[in-house]
Design a protein around this ligand. Structure first.
Ligand SMILES: *Cc1c(COP(=O)(O)O)cnc(C)c1O
Length: 399
């Protein structure tokens, strides 16, 4: 009998009861705006920032309206001006080049390797073209951060990390987001914590973080932060920093705080699911597993594999056949953007020289989410279905 999978690739877990209770309390007292506090009160957003700073080991943390906002805010905070060029990954999602374009800067794309990480040789070659690298740890794959930081330091390039898929991950024991001058995170529904929309910045740099807080729309109320730099960092900046409102509110912070406390267990649960899929697919002919280096402690909230050098029609046939069996796969080789998936040559506002080696990799990337609502058995079923269809198409051809 043909096995069919009936789970939903977009169904996340419910908000923990403690978060629902805390959200109800915020709604009952009505002080949703982060600066709407009574005497002696520290609001949910300020507490969340303090807890997130502790979680990452950063000196300072700022909660904002979205991950994309965090990226644009970080770029502004480190001093990127309109017209400046900003290095970034060719393999990422649209909010990353979008954040660069949103402040009038110009993305310069750096290639991707078969490990789905930034091509460090290409980075070395292009490092002279910009002052800032917006590094996207796309789908949670972390490059050799020691080597990357060496290349960037030597070239005088500051690094901002997009950790939308690496919240809770680390490289050589250093939490993701803590190598560069700023780390940015998302709490949008499909990431590692879910507040619908939301994001964070973390940094040890007092001036950069003071600017980030002012930019986020703190007015002169920044002393209500507990994870922000002290007053002297703000004083020289207050009259020169535009307010680009993008604050987080107490309601979202209330539902995030219990999720942050649960993140280590949730990360372990993701990795069990990741490894269940990985072991089910390993050795399938024509299918390349993306091997994870020992220095990388990842959070396996999604899974990618490569169908390297397969014909486009054959890959499309695999996707169709998996879809009819309930397994929803995304393909980065598709001509036109579909759903959340797009590619550097789809972003026409940012012209890019062709990158044949990266195009070969992008054309091979098949991608799926692994929500925690999947059981380990579900993951085994998914792997069996993909394996069977990859084998069938590989043997019979796309016809
Ligand atoms: C989701 C995402 C973002 C932006 O996050 P939002 O909170 O949706 O704005 C940035 N980078 C990557 C790689 C993402 O997947």
């Amino acid at each position: 009998m043909t096995e069919i999978f009936t789970g939903s690739f977009t169904q996340q877990e419910p908000i923990p009861e403690a978060g629902i209770a805390a959200a109800l309390q915020v709604m009952r007292h009505g002080r949703l705006h982060r600066y709407n506090t009574i005497a002696g009160e520290v609001g949910e957003t300020a507490l969340l920032e303090q807890e997130f700073a502790a979680f990452t080991g950063a000196s300072y943390s700022l909660a904002v309206a979205s991950g994309g906002y965090a990226l644009a805010n970080a770029l502004r905070a480190v001093g990127v001006d309109p017209g400046d060029r900003v290095l970034t990954n060719a393999f990422t999602l649209a909010p990353v080049p979008g954040a660069i374009a949103s402040i009038g800067a110009v993305p310069v794309f750096v290639g991707v390797t078969e490990h789905l990480t930034i091509d460090l040789e290409d980075l070395r070659a292009k490092a002279g073209q910009a002052r800032v690298l917006l590094l996207s740890h796309m789908r949670g794959h972390i490059c050799d951060m020691d080597q990357l930081m060496q290349i960037c330091t030597e070239a005088g390039v500051e690094v901002i990390e997009d950790c939308a898929h690496t919240m809770g991950a680390s490289w050589n024991g250093v939490p993701s987001g803590r190598h560069g001058v700023v780390g940015c995170y998302s709490t949008q529904t499909y990431k590692h914590m879910n507040s619908g929309e939301g994001g964070f910045l973390v940094s040890d740099d007092a001036t950069v973080m003071a600017r980030a807080v002012l930019l986020s729309g703190s007015y002169m109320l920044y002393d209500r932060h507990v994870a922000a730099p002290p007053e002297p960092a703000f004083a020289p900046l207050t009259l020169d920093t535009p307010n680009v409102s993008g604050r987080m509110d107490n309601l979202r912070a209330a539902i995030l705080r219990p999720q942050l406390a649960d993140l280590p267990q949730r990360s372990a649960a993701w990795n069990q699911r990741y490894r269940a899929v990985e072991s089910g697919l390993r050795g399938a002919p024509g299918l390349t597993i993306v091997e994870r280096p020992p220095a990388e402690a990842y959070v396996g909230s999604s899974f990618q594999f490569l169908l390297l050098d397969w014909a486009a029609e054959a890959i499309q046939t695999v996707l169709q056949r998996c879809a009819t069996r309930g397994v929803e796969l995304k393909w980065f080789g598709v001509d036109q953007p579909v759903g959340f998936t797009s590619r550097y040559d789809h972003w026409h506002y940012a012209s890019a020289a062709p990158m044949p080696a990266s195009d070969r990799v992008l054309a091979a990337i098949v991608d799926m989410r692994l929500p925690l609502t999947f059981s380990l058995q579900d993951c085994a079923v998914i792997a069996r279905i993909i394996r069977a269809e990859v084998e069938a198409v590989g043997v019979d051809g796309p016809g």
